[in-house]
Ligand binder design. Structure first.
Ligand code: ADP
Ligand code: ADP
Ligand code: MG
Length: 460
């Protein structure tokens, strides 16, 4: 069904990103928003806007009935969920389709399999993709869980089957700690994700986070190469790049082909990402999870391939077949994205919402800034702290690093603290220049460089 009016069930920079893609496709847009977001850029940009409830996400952006009512009232014929919120909620996907609307994402059944981290591990193994050694399924029985933990060995990770956004993961070092943590982890997972299911994984020591972008139309899938997102704090990405600086070409081919095989094995429709840990000491890679949605860091892939991923996912949802063969996708140059968040790196990344009192957006060749900021905008305290993503492209990685340094120096966000100073240090760091990092590199680096970030006591 050709989409004529798209409702964007999200907020912030990703709502703006989706509205832009829809407009280029000649599709009208509806922004739904909470009371706290009435002045948002997405609301200003969309053709229509509907207030769907109070600031708390549970009463607005997560309120399925309110989102569906807004679609009905505005005559929208499709819904794009963005990332976070309802993006990986299979019941929502089903409800959208049951209401006769187009869902811009994979079928609800695909989300049920690939969005559940345990079911996805099983699907990966069935498609011949290596997974991190761990429990075969959920650990429900305490006796059996203990036996599995001892067999895997320590340290190991207890992970929530429904986890996401770096939450729902803990490392345990011995069996006593394991037995203490399981009930607590399960209770927390139930509270956070409405699902107490847990599974276990061996900790892969100094691994890189490498993920493959795919696009599928339900029958055929292609990959758009990989991104590396090893610079993380609390298991959340802070800096992403494409391609991975650590992947030898042969390994890239194997990894990307494994992702396509897995996507095709589940008849994947839309944009998705398969995340892996890559151990460059041994050359082994292990599947960890799939994100059945557009990801925050999708622009770096757009910069090296020239494919507009959001536009393609809307086209596919509207019934078009994939417009590319694998051979049509080539990569050129290197792209880097840094997340600019309303957090104070000198105060342990304490969130600092506030009003934008000055804004200078970097520009020039190879520079893109995806943001919802405008002069005078007040960042509300209720949501994720992401303000924007600064993305650069250049011929190769050293040039991209220099361009990022230049663009960061141009960026000015007045009125609240941001993570720009962190990125200004990272972009000039010698280990970063050599891409000599892994997923547990940044946290000790932050401790060692606290003086450069002007660390202050929280009580000051
Ligand atoms: P990406 O995988 O796109 O890099 P993140 O892991 O940073 O994305 O998550 C994107 C956004 O979605 C963040 O705001 C994060 O808090 C949120 N998010 C992701 N997964 C979940 C989940 N299962 N439950 C709640 N929020 C989530
Ligand atoms: P989320 O759903 O929160 O994104 P992931 O399973 O993708 O959770 O893991 C988030 C991050 O945690 C990874 O990028 C990696 O840094 C770390 N991690 C996850 N599993 C393992 C593991 N088995 N060994 C080492 N690090 C891991
Ligand atoms: Mg992940």
């Amino acid at each position: 069904m050709a989409i004529r009016k798209l409702l964007v069930a999200n907020r912030g920079e990703i709502a703006v990103r989706i509205i832009r893609a829809a407009r280029e496709l000649g599709i009208r847009t509806v922004a739904v928003h909470s009371l706290a977001d009435a002045d948002s850029l997405a609301v200003r940009m969309a053709d229509e806007a509907v207030n769907i409830g109070p600031p708390a996400a549970s009463k607005s952006y997560l309120n399925i009935a309110a989102v569906l009512a807004a679609a009905r009232d505005t005559g929208a014929d499709a819904i794009h969920p963005g990332y976070g919120f309802l993006a990986e909620n299979a019941e929502f996907a089903d409800a959208v389709e049951a209401a006769g609307l187009v869902w811009v994402g994979p079928r609800g059944d695909t989300i049920r399999v690939m969005g559940d981290k345990v079911a996805a591990r099983i699907a990966a193994e069935a498609a011949g993709v290596p997974v991190v050694p761990g429990s075969a399924g959920r650990i429900d029985d305490p006796e059996q869980a203990r036996a599995v933990a001892l067999a895997i060995g320590f340290p190991l990770m207890i992970k929530a089957a429904a986890g996401g956004g770096g939450r729902g993961i803990r490392i345990v070092h011995d069996i006593a700690e394991f037995e203490r943590m399981v009930p607590q982890a399960s209770a927390e997972a139930r509270a956070a994700f409405a699902d107490g299911g847990l599974y276990l994984e061996k900790v892969i020591g100094q691994a890189r986070h490498v993920e493959v972008q795919i696009l599928g139309d339900g029958e055929r899938a292609i990959h758009l190469f990989e991104r590396e997102c090893s610079l993380q704090r609390r298991r959340q990405k802070v800096w992403e790049e494409a391609p991975s600086p650590a992947l030898p070409p042969g390994m890239r081919e194997t990894l990307c082909r494994s992702a396509v095989a897995l996507a095709e094995s589940v008849g994947y429709r839309g944009a998705g990402t398969l995340e892996y840990l890559f151990d460059d000491a041994t050359g082994h890679f292990y599947f960890i999870e799939m994100n059945t949605r557009i990801q925050v860091e999708h622009p770096v892939t757009e910069m090296i391939t020239g494919v507009d991923l959001v536009r393609e996912m809307i086209r596919i949802a509207g019934g078009e077949k994939l417009r590319f063969a694998q051979a049509d996708i080539a990569m050129k140059g290197h792209a880097i994205e840094v997340r600019i968040c309303a957090e104070d790196p000198s105060r342990n990344f304490q969130p600092g919402p506030g009003t934008i009192s000055g804004l200078v957006v970097p520009g020039g060749a190879g520079v893109r800034f995806d943001t919802m900021l405008y002069q005078g905008y007040t960042v509300p305290p209720f949501y994720d702290s992401l303000l924007g993503k600064l993305i650069v492209w250049d011929e190769d990685r050293p040039a991209a690093l220099r361009r990022m340094a230049r663009a960061l120096d141009e960026l000015q966000v007045g009125g609240l603290p941001t993570t720009k100073p962190l990125h200004q240090l990272l972009v000039r760091d010698s280990a970063v220049a050599q891409a000599a990092f892994h997923t547990r590199w940044l946290e000790p680096w932050l401790e060692g460089n606290a003086h450069l970030l002007g660390a202050r006591e929280a009580s000051e």
